[in-house]
Design a protein around this ligand. Structure first.
Ligand SMILES: [Zn+2]
Length: 303
């Protein structure tokens, strides 16, 4: 297998030589997909990309969660997402207080939309997975739509929203710059775009081989670090932005990976911490965020 090859970069648009970072991804052992880094702009991406039809059936079948957790349970997942949901709602409330119209793109099971609707927002979610949308409609508050942010979707809703949120979505889309442009078109003149992505400069990713083998996955087409996220936003005409780090996973997760080399899926990583551990955990998270080596990046635009 070669350690370099030619790729079409999702970010800079160049046909370039790419360095192969991984010859396979965890949930596609056919060896069809590799992970490559563009030698022109440094962007990391899946190569070759799946075609649109393969992607649709992947999400329709709800495979991203199922590949990881075969006996998936809606209520257990809701609890697992509680910390993220609360943090994201707090961020939205700071940027754009209710009442306001918010669209969550890639709404998944819809927990954020439900929380926003309960906090006084006119909240809608859009997701490609018919199964996730059906579950959200049956169980949660807010409006849930199934589909893509294509030209037809944008035309019907141009300038309609005060805020558009993209939580762990940008890494899934085949044309991130064009996608960001369509998201911008959904905003009204004072509207804000809130983006959260995994950080490709995550310390654990580069310092723990089992984690790295687990990290590369079929669903992620792009892996952004803060420079590449800024580049995507600049190319989409978003001007100057300030990318910030967020450390979602705590010290217990780090220790688990270092000690066992496996994901901690059974026991919640955040189970009732002792005050002693909570103090160290907070320091650990802050350190990762301040050194830009956190597991997650967030950015809002315009500033
Ligand atoms: Zn590139």
């Amino acid at each position: 297998m070669p350690d370099s090859g030619e790729l079409s970069c999702l970010l800079c648009g160049m046909r370039a030589v790419g360095e192969v970072l991984s010859e396979s991804v965890r949930d596609d052992r056919t060896g069809r997909h590799q992970v490559m880094r563009c030698n022109v702009c440094g962007h990391i991406q899946l190569f070759p990309l799946p075609d649109e039809e393969a992607d649709r059936s992947f999400y329709d079948g709800d495979r991203q969660a199922r590949n990881l957790i075969p006996d998936f349970d809606f209520e257990v997942w809701r609890l697992k997402c509680q910390e993220d949901t609360g943090r994201r709602l707090g961020w939205l409330e700071q940027v754009r207080p209710a009442p306001a119209r918010v669209l969550d793109i890639g709404s998944g099971y819809g927990f954020f939309v439900d929380a926003a609707a309960s906090a006084g927002y006119e909240a809608a979610g859009l997701d490609l997975s018919a199964e996730r949308v059906a579950l959200a409609r049956a169980n949660l508050r807010g409006e849930f739509l199934c589909g893509l942010v294509d030209e037809t979707f944008v035309e019907g809703r141009r300038g309609r929203f005060d805020a558009v949120t993209l939580f762990h979505v940008l890494e899934h889309v085949p044309e991130p710059v064009a996608f960001l442009n369509r998201c911008k078109a959904l905003l009204n003149p004072g509207g804000r775009l809130l983006i959260e992505v995994p950080n490709a400069a995550d310390a654990l990713l580069w310092e723990c081989t089992p984690y790295r083998d687990f990290y590369w996955q079929r669903a992620h087409l792009s892996y952004f670090d803060s420079a590449r996220l800024e580049l995507a936003l600049r190319r989409a005409g978003c001007g100057t932005v300030k990318v910030e780090g967020v450390q979602r996973y705590g010290l217990r997760n780090l220790l688990n990976w270092v000690d066992s080399g496996r994901p901690q899926l059974e026991a919640p990583a955040d189970k009732a911490p002792s005050p002693l551990l909570a103090e160290i955990d907070a320091l650990y998270r802050r350190y990762r965020e301040q050194t830009s080596r956190s597991d997650t990046l967030i950015v809002e635009m315009p500033l």
